[in-house]
Write a protein that binds this ligand. Structure first.
Ligand SMILES: *Cc1c(COP(=O)(O)O)cnc(C)c1O
Length: 425
């Protein structure tokens, strides 16, 4: 397992930002999500250093869906980032954390009327309009709305390379060359209440190739140029979305933020050459900010070796606290926290406790001999872990703690059995 900053080993014991996993497990129980706040801060500052430009205003939005909670939003606010929310629930959480609404962007391909009203009443900075019908609805409200339009740039990138498709059937966004986009622009141009400030796109997740983002930027800018010629628009903002890849397991590179500066330089050169009015560039990373900051501590229960010789380690969580391996074969690294520097000489599969054969957290990993009550730590679970957690098999959701300056604090309490039945009648 790769040991990130602020991870250390003393007497074979893994420490997360100064705290031994044993102490954390004993104090807060297992499974336990641990977020290293100092790591998030360091990464955020690095990101800010790289995503800035002398002639363009820049803004970094944290994509909440990676991990959303009041404590996280407080941190995002303290770090001076803006916030992207995609639901009434995320917006409600942002409000509850006193997040400044003039730095909140509201996304979603199917915002309900109630969510739109809540967003407008709360005074969010921009609504990111996902389709024509949504825009027609906003126009019908007859109240001031500031928007970006989400574009489907016909580029899809999931892991490594981008795929460019002429007509993409994504559920998100409006294609450039479409009747819907010209209708949308017509609405914005004739509207007294809806103001179009710019465009947004987001091409996928866990993308490691800078070329995918460069291609996207160039498609967006080319098309904005054409639109500026065709209509007289005042497009001042361009949001290139998130999806920046992170390290989860070997073979995946550690993200080097340098490409963001290159990307801004590329955009700035094009903008001035073509005389575009774009003043502000935005990105909205989610996992980039939190994935590697998070670890999950489990306690090992039983182990078994099957008749054919396969070794299982069973842990006290599973697909309920991390659905990603079951959902899309996501890979992770792990160690036995109390044997962190012993030789990894035994091949194991780490399985959870849920009633699904697919409840496997890591398939085939070398670890030291695993014993009951060992602490198994899976790294890089800070994004899309808690936020995708479920109550399957009626497992209570684990606690989340955040460690800052050596000080652990509970960000989300562990659920109790009583919590599980609180809405049952
Ligand atoms: C999911 C998403 C993000 C963040 O994606 P990451 O892979 O976590 O960076 C940003 N913007 C939009 C619109 C998204 O849907």
């Amino acid at each position: 397992m790769k040991f990130f900053n602020n991870m250390s080993i003393e007497n074979h014991m893994l420490h997360l930002n100064g705290h031994s996993v044993k102490d954390l497990a004993e104090s807060y129980g297992t499974p336990l999500y641990v977020l290293d706040t100092d790591y998030i801060k360091t990464k955020c500052n690095e990101l800010k250093q790289h995503f800035k430009h002398p002639s363009l205003e820049t803004e970094i939005l944290y994509a909440s869906k990676a991990f959303s909670s009041k404590a996280m939003y407080e941190l995002v606010n303290e770090l001076g980032l803006s916030l992207d929310v995609v639901s009434g629930g995320e917006l409600y959480t942002a409000k509850a954390s006193n997040f400044p609404m003039d730095r909140v962007y509201m996304h979603g391909n199917n915002k309900s009327f109630a969510e739109i009203q809540m967003a407008l009443d709360s005074g969010v900075h921009r609504i990111i309009v996902d389709n024509l019908m949504e825009l027609e609805y906003l126009q019908s409200l007859n109240r001031p709305v500031d928007i970006l339009i989400r574009i489907n740039p016909g580029i899809e990138a999931h892991t490594h390379e981008y795929i460019q498709t002429a007509n993409d059937d994504s559920k998100f966004g409006i294609s450039f060359d479409s009747y819907d986009l010209s209708s949308a622009i017509d609405i914005c141009q004739s509207s007294d209440t809806v103001t179009l400030h710019g465009f947004h796109c987001h091409i996928g997740s866990q993308i490691h190739e800078a070329s995918s983002f460069e291609k996207t930027a160039s498609v967006m800018l080319d098309q904005i140029k054409l639109l500026e010629h065709k209509y007289s628009l005042n497009i001042t903002e361009l949001n290139l979305g998130g999806g920046f890849g992170v390290y989860y397991s070997k073979d995946q590179p550690i993200t080097d933020y340098g490409f963001l500066t290159d990307l801004l330089n590329q955009c700035s050169a094009y903008i001035s050459k073509q005389n575009l009015k774009i003043k502000k560039m935005m990105i909205e990373p989610g996992r980039l900010l939190v994935a590697n900051a998070g670890s999950t501590i489990y306690q090992v229960g039983f182990t078994k070796t099957t008749a054919s010789g396969k070794n299982y380690v069973f842990v006290d969580g599973g697909m309920t606290d991390n659905i990603r391996p079951a959902l899309y074969q996501a890979e992770y690294e792990a160690c036995i926290g109390n044997k962190a520097d012993l030789d990894n000489d035994k091949l194991y599969t780490i399985a959870g406790k849920c009633c699904e054969s697919g409840d496997i957290l890591i398939k085939d990993i070398l670890l030291p001999q695993a014993d009951q009550e060992d602490y198994l730590v899976i790294a890089s679970t800070g994004a899309y872990g808690y936020s995708m957690a479920s109550h399957y098999n009626r497992l209570p959701k684990p606690a989340v703690i955040m460690i800052e300056n050596g000080q652990p604090k509970v960000a989300i309490k562990r659920e109790t059995y009583q919590d599980l039945i609180q809405y049952d009648l």
